[in-house]
Write a protein that binds this ligand. Structure first.
Ligand SMILES: *Cc1c(COP(=O)(O)O)cnc(C)c1O
Length: 369
């Protein structure tokens, strides 16, 4: 049997795409680096886990329901989100993580020759999905660590379909104010779809921070992403969603795979929205404490910090971030090296509990000496 003729079978944009390699499971990493415990500070997870109500739902999920397909369109969860947001359930599409809804949007709007626009130093999945789908991703450099609105507007041409703005931005934590976003949307004037990725929405406490759901009410070309992975501690169950105007969502829905969101995730996410135990306030307080602590410790070590919104910050190292990753792993601390985000010599650290933050500060100090 001949091997398949992959040069002919596989489009060049797939052949040339550099696949993302996820890290190994924790037990394997601990063996590899010889550490007895591992602080996960690489993925902006919530160390408090899901809210109590969601924990209860997960614990009590009836096992026979493992044999039954879930609601194909997350019926009850969409109704719950709609009630909370004051929108129609048909304006919402739930996905297997916000990651999945990124590809729904690109598939719905882009064909060969089209382009999307985002920043150079932001969540990389917009760029990845575009690139391996054969769509050009135009990356406008951040300006002062913030998405550059003027630069993005200047990069638009007749084939631009979607603009992705991460607000606040992962990894810099910067955001556009309500006024700045409205001005941007006025200038786009409905010619493109504008995605506002609000993965860290629930962490932001600033008065001028815009709620994408409100912007979406005045601008029907806006699509908002939210996730249950970060504030709500459900990263392991994979669930997030998009919301938009009914016309836009009707189009996006054509590209969705139904049944991609499992039943446990749907019910746990719904419970998150009903929880009244102060989960959000507790998490925000933990993040604030961690941010001040790490900022102070890094200052003492003479290291620059980019600390804004969200449950993470960036530290500038005197040398290689990938080398620092390996050294920190030996101390049982997993951070995100930022070379892949086009931030060489920087690491991103999740803001978590004090024990983890102290372990990180001590380990970093040791690796620098
Ligand atoms: C974590 C993250 C997501 C994706 O979250 P899911 O786990 O796929 O729901 C999307 N955007 C940004 C900016 C993120 O940091």
């Amino acid at each position: 049997m001949n091997p398949p003729d992959l040069d002919r079978l596989v489009p060049a944009y797939v052949r040339e795409f550099e696949p993302y390699i996820p890290s190994k499971p924790d037990p394997e990493l601990m063996k590899l680096y010889g550490c007895k415990r591992l602080w996960r500070l690489n993925n902006n997870e919530n160390p408090l886990g899901p809210p109590a109500a969601a924990q209860e739902v997960i614990r009590r999920f009836p096992t026979p329901r493992g044999a039954v397909y879930p609601s194909g369109d997350s019926y009850y969860l969409r109704h719950k989100i709609a009630a909370v947001q004051g929108i129609d359930p048909d304006q919402i599409i739930v996905g297997n993580g916000a990651n999945e809804v990124i590809s729904f949007v690109i598939k719905a709007f882009c064909e060969q020759g089209d382009n999307i626009i985002t920043a150079d130093k932001t969540f990389a999945v917009y760029e990845w999905v575009a690139t391996f789908s054969g769509i050009e991703a135009r990356l406008v450099p951040l300006k002062g660590n913030t998405f550059d609105d003027e630069g993005m507007l200047a990069a638009i041409d007749g084939r631009t379909k979607v603009l992705f703005v991460c607000n606040p931005n992962n990894p810099t934590g910067t955001y556009w104010s309500r006024d700045r976003f409205r001005r941007f949307l006025d200038l786009v004037d409905g010619r493109q779809i504008v995605v506002i990725d609000e993965a860290y929405f629930e962490f932001v406490e600033k008065d001028d921070f815009p709620d994408g759901m409100n912007l979406m009410r005045s601008y029907p070309n806006v699509v908002v992403f939210r996730t249950f992975s970060k504030m709500y501690g459900l990263a392991g169950l994979r669930i997030g969603y998009l919301a938009g105007s009914r016309e836009v969502v009707d189009m996006i829905r054509r590209t969705c795979i139904v049944y991609s969101v499992n039943a446990v995730a749907q019910e746990a996410a719904l419970a998150c929205l009903e929880d009244d135990t102060g989960h959000i306030e507790r998490t925000r307080a933990l993040v604030r404490t961690a941010r001040e602590f790490v900022r102070g410790e890094m200052e003492r070590l003479g290291l620059g910090v980019i600390a804004n919104e969200g449950n993470f910050l960036i530290v500038r190292l005197p040398g290689s971030d990938t080398l620092a990753y390996r050294k920190l792993m030996r101390e049982g601390v997993m951070i995100r090296p930022m070379t892949g985000f086009r931030f060489p010599n920087h690491i991103r650290v999740t803001l978590a509990g004090m024990e983890a933050m102290e372990a990180f500060a001590a380990a970093l100090k040791k690796t620098l000496s």
